[in-house]
Design a protein around this ligand. Sequence first.
Ligand SMILES: [Zn+2]
Length: 113
Amino acid sequence: MQEKMMGFKCRRCGKVMYPPHERCLSCRNTEFDEISLGDECNLITYTKLYALPRGIEMSPLTLGIVEFRNKVRAMGQIMADDPKPGMSLHPVWGKLRTIDEKEVFGFKFEPIL
Ligand SMILES: [Zn+2]
């Protein structure tokens, strides 16, 4: 079970990417080291979606962009009733949706209390 969100740090220029790309977005290098993105991030912006694909139990779905301490940004479900830009969140591994009776897991973001 995957519990830490991992980023990919370019061995040449040090840029950290998430999700991984085949080539570094800055210098086109193809070698990376896997690093932890950390346990804490801040909400940058979010949107609430009311028209959802099948298999998503959260309605409305709050989809947000978060930024980690190392400036890496990621997108995912925000598990807050009243999300506010700037709030502190941490990634948790859990079920995102069910597609044809198969459960899809990924990271969601919960408020740090
Ligand atoms: Zn690079």
